[in-house]
Design a protein around this ligand. Structure first.
Ligand code: AGP
Length: 603
């Protein structure tokens, strides 16, 4: 949520900022802006809309300089508008500030400053930071930064430049990600390594409660009390970049990458990932909490079901991170909390991870970004290795999260003697086949596209499924809502009749996932109920020719045969494609759906 970037050095700062903002746009795209030190004043260009809109503004109002900060916004306080776009410049024009996060006590600070005559121009919480800095500056910029930080409550990553220190970038981190890097002739700060990696060979990832002073060739770190902290550089060598190439959009590309992503996830996991977790501890676990958000939570729900099936001696719960924190979770030294996250920066999940550790529990994160906050602050990490995911709608990361979760459950069950070797080996062989089965599943794309082109005007859609299929129904439904803006609900197939069936009428589309052999007959009766009330039914199923399914479905998408436990990894593919094709038919902005951002770093 919001991307920040700053540059000082010998290059033209606005060029570096704009290039970086293009990478950061996934973090929010309600507005963007740049402040450049001209040598005499801050030149400010900002606008509602995308980075492309900012670029157009910059053509009209060219700016140049060696010191600049930039921002791309996901609105929290104040609507998307020019006036609420960052950067903010302080009342005497000496500080320019960009912010990612939420300042919880901004009204109190704003009130104090207004009483002193400071005039605010936006409705944001962030503007107070610029004015607060100005009010606290008595000739020592670092001191002003530390004093301002002491006043701010909430979560924040802040980039600061000051007219009195025109060769320095200041950066402050509390709970939101921030990275800094330097070369002999450059200094950078940013929310995400990707936005600066092409300039650097190593970076420093700030820890919570740190302030960085960045100049050409030099990084100094302090804690919030102003004490020196050692800057630990990490090499950037292996970071991957994602290029959309010939694909229509990143979501299209990322769905097509699922087979490769699964193969990579298997290879990374089998390269000793499980062995790096303390075996003695794994044998002692009595309880597992699964905590995540959105798509990652759906992968967690699948993981929960696999734990229930293969680890009978472990109690397991899964919960949305935003709820887990307030639900008095049970945590002790025999409780493992598993967080699942593509970005590793989701604030709700990260807060839970830290809370659990403070309560004496251990954490394992299943994560796609190896340098992320979640990985760095977790006891153990398993990487999904899906490759960079750029589209806001998560696709290939989900398939890999489910897969890695399953691999972990199976190894844990084997370690604890809860699965026999024969079953274990058979499942591993089935897992080996997944990349190829995913590739075969993708062949339904043209059929799904045709279906989407005929159904994109639907106003109401239900995804239903039983057992493992319910996890997939939830994920399919989220995907459709997220990028096509069609109202869609996911329901356990057997639950509709307890109230929601009242919403079923002509024109409603019901999409049923039916992959579990034992549940076919029961699922068919559920479908009968919706069909007889006027709904159209699309069945996504390997039981294509079963009369029970054929009789109750208007359309069918055939899934390849696969071990039943693995279906969620495969059956989700047609649902991902369907969301994509429906959004495309509707002319939606597929990679950047309205109101959303890829990385949700506010609670
Ligand atoms: C998925 O399509 C969504 N964009 C969203 O639900 C996402 O999965 C959620 O915000 C969690 O993100 P994370 O995996 O980076 O933690």
């Amino acid at each position: 949520m919001c991307g920040i970037i700053g540059y000082v050095g010998n290059r033209n700062a606005p060029d570096v900022i704009i290039q970086g903002l293009r990478y950061l746009e996934y973090r929010g795209y309600d507005s963007s802006g740049i402040a450049v030190w001209s040598g005499e004043k801050f030149d400010l260009v900002k606008t509602k809309g995308r980075i492309a809109d900012l670029e157009k503004e910059l053509l009209k109002t060219p700016v140049s300089g060696h010191l600049a900060i930039g921002h791309t916004r996901w609105a929290t306080h104040g609507c998307p508008a020019d006036r609420n776009a960052h950067p903010f410049v302080s009342y005497n024009s000496r500080f320019a500030v960009v912010h990612n996060g939420i300042i919880e006590n901004y009204l109190e600070i704003k009130d104090e400053l207004q009483k002193k005559g400071v005039v605010f121009t936006s409705e944001t919480d962030s503007e107070v930071i610029a004015h607060l800095l100005e009010s606290l500056d008595h000739g020592d910029v670092k001191r002003a930064v530390l004093d301002a930080t002491a006043r701010l409550k909430g979560a924040y990553a802040i980039g600061i430049i000051c007219a009195d220190d025109p060769d320095v970038l200041y950066a402050v981190r509390k709970d939101n990600p921030l990275v800094v890097g330097v070369t002999e002739s450059d200094g950078f700060i940013c929310s995400d390594i990707n936005s600066i990696q092409k300039f650097l060979t190593e970076v420093v990832v700030l820890e919570n409660g740190q302030v960085a002073k960045v100049e050409r060739g030099r990084v100094e770190l302090f804690d919030f009390d102003g004490n020196d902290v050692e800057a630990k550089f990490i090499a950037l060598g292996s970071l991957e970049e994602s290029d959309r190439k010939d694909f229509e959009c990143y979501m299209d590309k990322e769905i097509k990458e699922i087979p490769t992503a699964l193969a990579n996830a298997i290879a990374t996991y089998r390269n000793g990932a499980f062995n790096r977790i303390d075996k003695k501890y794994l044998r002692r676990i009595r309880r597992i909490n699964v905590v995540a958000c959105g798509t990652a939570l759906h992968a967690g729900l699948y993981g929960e079901r696999m734990i229930k099936k293969y680890l009978k001696k472990i109690d397991v719960t899964s919960e949305a991170a935003s709820e887990f924190r307030y639900g008095d979770p049970k945590v002790d030294d025999r409780t493992l909390t598993i967080t699942v996250s593509q970005s590793g920066e989701t604030a709700d999940t990260l807060v839970c991870q830290n809370m659990v550790r403070n309560l004496g529990g251990k954490t394992l994160t299943i994560c796609n970004v190896e340098t992320s906050s979640m990985v760095r602050s977790s006891d153990y990490a398993l990487f999904t290795s899906a490759g960079p995911e750029v589209a806001v709608a998560s696709t290939k990361a989900y398939n890999c999260q489910c897969l890695v979760f399953l691999l972990f459950v199976l190894d844990l069950a084997r370690l604890r003697g809860e699965i026999d070797e024969f079953a274990y080996k058979n499942l591993q062989a089935d897992i080996d086949a997944l990349p190829e089965i995913a590739a075969r599943t993708l062949k339904v794309a043209p059929q799904v596209a045709r279906f989407a082109n005929k159904n994109y005007t639907r106003k109401s859609v239900f995804y239903i499924g039983r057992g493992l299929d319910y996890c997939t129904a939830m994920e399919g439904s989220l995907k459709l809502k997220e990028i096509s803006y069609i109202h869609c609900e996911a329901y356990p197939a057997g639950e509709l009749k307890h109230g929601t069936l009242a919403l079923i009428e002509e024109g409603v589309l019901v999409i049923a996932l039916v992959t579990q052999k034992e549940l076919v007959t029961k699922s068919a009766s559920g479908l009968e109920e919706v069909k007889s009330r006027g709904a159209n039914v699309l069945a996504i199923t390997p039981f294509y020719d079963r009369p029970a399914i054929a009789a109750v479905s208007d359309y069918r998408i055939k899934l390849p045969d696969v071990n039943e436990d693995l279906y969620p990894i495969i059956s989700v593919i047609p649902t991902q494609l369907l969301a994509y094709y429906i959004a495309r038919a509707k002319g939606c902005d597929i990679d950047k759906p309205r109101n959303l951002a890829k990385s949700v770093t506010v609670e």
